[in-house]
Design a protein around this ligand. Structure first.
Ligand code: TXA
Ligand code: MG
Length: 332
């Protein structure tokens, strides 16, 4: 297929959804927008197609993929022993930026789960994802559409830049509204556990379930699930998260050593302090910040600075998902 036909840069139109569904039925790999980040999807029941996702991403085979469905109606096909809590969360947050980990059914292949006995299921809200899933009518296994360990794409151009013509089709869906990957909650054990913070907050989950949700603790490098890796969602440029006071020290050190440095900040104080330094000012609220973070890191990566200094964000609950991604962006 010529490259010009692979990428749909204009808003997706009905025929393109049927092409996407046809490709998925034939073992193709389709990149598609969700409200969190863009995904790289294949028929979850086709092992060959799922293998292609791993190979395009350069992702180790033992890292599980999320199965995307058009609605909650068919989770019974993909999971077993589904607790009431799952239906409660689905009712409240689907379609939306929430992935629920459940015990898997026999339909789910080892390739999708990385050999685990559980499966992550998500019903995305983005209208393009919704229409694609409805046209296809089955489960789509999809990780984020980036190379393994790199920053997730939040617009179709990021997917193109990173994966080129490897996907059979890239559906256009504009900028992702959430901009950070989905919240992941595991309902496999007695107590629900937050595996990855995201657009749905811990307090919303607790409130909906009427009970506590455990936190997984700090990222453990020994864990094999990619979102739990200490170094994930990382820019290529060395980055560190530091306080406003320490930015001064680092900026002058870099000037002394002739290294170029960029600052990613969210308070005006910082841009005023360093007029001669490249400062990228993000919104000073966790939702706006989360939306813009990955695109900003990509931009600074492309500009080729020696390092990126990231102003530390508040230690409060609403900033949890952003803090988590910043932590993963800087540790390697
Ligand atoms: O927002 C999102 O979740 C995006 C969009 C495309 O849906 N997807 C995404 O996929 O971020 P990926 O593969 O980049 O990250 C999936 C995360 C990984 O951290 C993986 O370990 C976790 O989901 N995961 C998937 N299945 C799991 C399972 N059975 N148990 C525990 N974690 C699981
Ligand atoms: Mg990912």
């Amino acid at each position: 297929m010529p490259d010009s036909h692979k990428t749909l840069q204009t808003p997706t139109v009905p025929e393109q959804f049927s092409s996407a569904a046809k490709l998925l039925r034939n073992g193709g790999v389709v990149a598609f927008p969700t409200e969190t980040v863009y995904g790289l999807g294949a028929d979850a029941e086709n092992d060959e197609a799922v293998r292609r996702i791993f190979s395009i991403k350069g992702r180790p085979a033992d890292h599980p993929l999320i199965v995307h469905l058009a609605d909650a109606g068919r989770i019974g096909q993909w999971a077993r022993e589904i607790p009431d809590d799952a239906f409660r969360l689905a009712e409240c947050f689907w379609p939306g930026p929430l992935t629920i980990v459940l015990r898997r059914s026999s339909l789910v292949s080892d390739l999708v789960t990385g050999g685990l006995d559980t499966v992550g299921i998500r019903v995305p809200a983005h209208p393009v994802a919704q229409t694609m899933l409805r046209e296809f009518g089955r489960g789509v296994a999809a990780p984020s559409a980036n190379r393994f360990g790199r920053i997730s794409p939040t617009c179709a151009n990021h997917v193109r830049d990173e994966l080129g013509s490897a996907p059979d089709l890239i559906l256009e869906g504009g900028d992702c509204k959430v901009g950070l990957e989905s919240t992941i909650i595991s309902l496999v054990d007695d107590r629900p556990t937050l595996l990855r913070p995201g657009g749905i907050s811990l307090s919303e989950l607790c409130e909906n379930l009427g009970r506590e949700v455990s936190l997984p603790g700090q990222p453990d490098p020994a864990l094999r699930a990619p979102g739990c890796h200490a170094s994930h969602y990382a820019p290529l440029t060395p980055a560190c998260v530091i306080t406003v006071e320490n930015i001064a020290v680092e900026v002058s050190r870099s000037v002394d050593t002739g290294r170029t440095v960029a600052v990613l900040c969210h308070t005006k104080t910082v841009t005023d302090l360093y007029p001669a330094t490249r400062c990228l000012l993000l919104p000073n609220d966790p939702i706006g910040y989360g939306q813009a973070l990955y695109a900003s890191l990509r931009r600074l990566d492309a500009d080729g600075y020696g390092s990126i200094l990231i102003e530390a964000v508040p230690e409060t609950e609403p900033w949890r998902a952003v803090r988590d991604r910043l932590c993963r962006a800087v540790c390697s």
